[in-house]
Design a protein around this ligand. Structure first.
Ligand SMILES: Cc1cc2nc3c(=O)[nH]c(=O)nc-3n(C[C@H](O)[C@H](O)[C@H](O)COP(=O)(O)OP(=O)(O)OC[C@H]3O[C@@H](n4cnc5c(N)ncnc54)[C@H](O)[C@@H]3O)c2cc1C
Length: 472
């Protein structure tokens, strides 16, 4: 991507006024749709009110997984699909994901005995068409060797199965960079859809650049809403068509700890007696712990409540009695809201299926909701295929199974030195617009980890870029 196209691709006032498709919402669902449409040569504009992937899609448990717990709901089709997608993405984006063995400790007084876990894990392997690294089991001694600080009393052993760890923010971003290699596609972060109405055979929309405050009108033949948990609220405000709320929002919170606290080498799954599941996933020098499951609201930029933090602390203390569980090890925390599609007769949030749904409330309007991060490619296909069919263009299945072509400047889990040149390069090619976009999602880092001098450099480069673009 050259300088000019990077600038063009980033600010609302510089994009063309007509696009074949407008995709609203740049989390993983929107990024998947944008990439698939772009790979098919469709001129597409993707917009997001905030930074791309700054909402639910950077607040996941960061696993590409089949969803071991969905076996209990007998969601075999979903688990099959997710396991196949997980194994595909391990191949397509090996720099953004890696396979891991997860330990599932079993206790005498736990909810499930070891034999039942073994059976479940065999089924899990089978649903991956035996492409998963094979599951196995460990006795109590072997388990404690891997997880020395784990509670010993009543431990009978562990089931061990294979899933994957990923960088959620980077996969979304790289899908967008990949789509942008198609010259007729544009992506604007910090750009909201304000109004939309029917116009000729398609739509006229007013979009607003939240940085420059500039509003402009664009037209498109078709619109796709991929606004995740914000969809019900947005669609009822836009009044483009009749829309009955369909989402059940479930909020989940995670905590990042220094690895010194639990000294874990392998990720593991805790199963407290309340029937919930807590993942504890070491990633280099940090450990991710989550998630909770409480009723959520469609607010931007969520953070965990005190009760959710207390809940995770309480369970860590119970499962790791030999460790010092202390806030001094806490490095960060985040929360996100699952956009679950309402199923009649379901009350428990944890049991609502993670299936996605596509709605077509008008001939040229599509709404994609629900699903899981792991299955975003097939979710996108379920929108793009009928959309192309309407346009009398063939859908080519293989395109979205091609590897991502445009890696980020800073690849996760690797060391990097932030030189002035690298700062410039990231701004030009990956279009962060705020300090937070830059540090949090383009670097995958925290402000506390950078020197004051570097932060000043980042801020002044972002400002310089904004000036150049607004004067262009
Ligand atoms: C706690 C938690 C843990 C999870 N863990 C996993 C996991 O480990 N693995 C897995 O596979 N799945 C996981 N999931 C599920 C997965 O994260 C979500 O299904 C997925 O990220 C949802 O993506 P999305 O694109 O639909 O929504 P979002 O990422 O929220 O994207 C919607 C976007 O729409 C934008 N938007 C809203 N209004 C407007 C507007 N007016 N104009 C323009 N843009 C707008 C928002 O800014 C936002 O960026 C988890 C979910 C949660 C909550």
């Amino acid at each position: 991507m050259d300088h000019r196209s990077a600038l063009l691709n980033s600010f609302a006032h510089q994009i063309p006024s007509h696009h074949e498709v407008l995709v609203v919402g740049g989390g993983i669902a929107g990024a998947g749709v944008f990439r698939d449409l772009s790979l098919h040569g469709i001129s597409t504009l993707l917009i997001d009110k905030k930074d791309f992937t700054s909402q639910t899609s950077q607040s996941s448990s960061k696993m590409l997984h089949g969803g071991i717990r969905y076996l209990e709901n007998l969601d075999f089709a979903l688990v099959w699909e997710a396991l196949h997608e997980k194994n595909l993405w391990l191949k397509l984006a090996p720099h953004l994901s890696y396979p891991e063995e997860f330990y599932l400790p079993v206790y005498k007084d736990g909810l499930r005995p070891l034999w039942m876990i073994r059976l479940g894990l065999f089924l899990y392997d089978a649903l991956s068409s035996f492409n998963n690294l094979p599951s196995s089991q460990a006795n109590a001694t072997q388990t404690l060797k891997q997880i020395p600080l784990l509670k010993e009393r009543g431990l009978t052993g562990s089931g061990i199965y294979s899933d994957a760890v990923m960088d959620d923010a980077k996969i979304t971003l790289e899908c967008i960079y990949d789509g942008l290699l198609q010259r007729k596609s544009y992506a604007c972060n910090h750009t909201s859809l304000e109004r939309i109405e029917k116009y000729q055979d398609g739509y006229k929309a007013v979009i607003k650049d939240q940085i420059t405050q500039c509003e402009r009108e664009i037209t498109c033949n078709k619109v796709v809403f991929t606004t995740g948990p914000f969809t019900d609220k947005l669609l009822s405000e836009l009044k483009l068509f009749d829309w009955t709320p369909k989402l059940k929002l479930s909020r989940g919170s995670h905590l990042w700890f220094d690895n010194d606290m639990l000294k874990l080498k392998k990720p593991m799954v805790l199963t407290p007696k309340d029937g919930r599941v807590i993942f504890v996933i070491p990633q280099r020098d940090k450990t991710l712990v989550g998630t909770t499951e409480v009723k959520g609201r469609a607010d931007f930029d969520q953070s965990p409540s005190d009760e959710e933090v207390d809940y995770l602390f309480k369970n860590l203390k119970e499962f790791f009695p030999k460790a010092i569980i202390d806030k001094k090890y806490l490095l960060g925390q985040f929360a996100g809201v699952r956009p679950l599609v309402m199923e009649d007769g379901e009350n428990s949030l944890g049991k609502v299926a993670r299936n996605h749904k596509v709605y077509q409330p008008q001939e040229n309007a599509f709404v994609l909701m629900g699903g899981k991060y792991t299955t975003f490619r097939v979710m996108a296909q379920d929108v793009v295929e009928p959309l192309l069919h309407q346009m009398r263009r063939p859908y080519q299945n293989h395109l979205s199974t091609l590897p991502l072509r445009k890696p980020s400047q800073v690849v996760p889990w690797t060391e990097f030195t932030l030189s002035p040149q690298l700062i410039e390069q990231i701004i030009l090619e990956e279009f962060p617009k705020t300090k937070e976009d830059f540090i949090h999602r383009r670097l995958g880092s925290r402000e506390e980890d950078l020197s004051a001098e570097l932060i000043t450099q980042i801020e002044s480069s972002l400002e310089k870029n904004l000036k150049a673009v607004t004067q262009a």
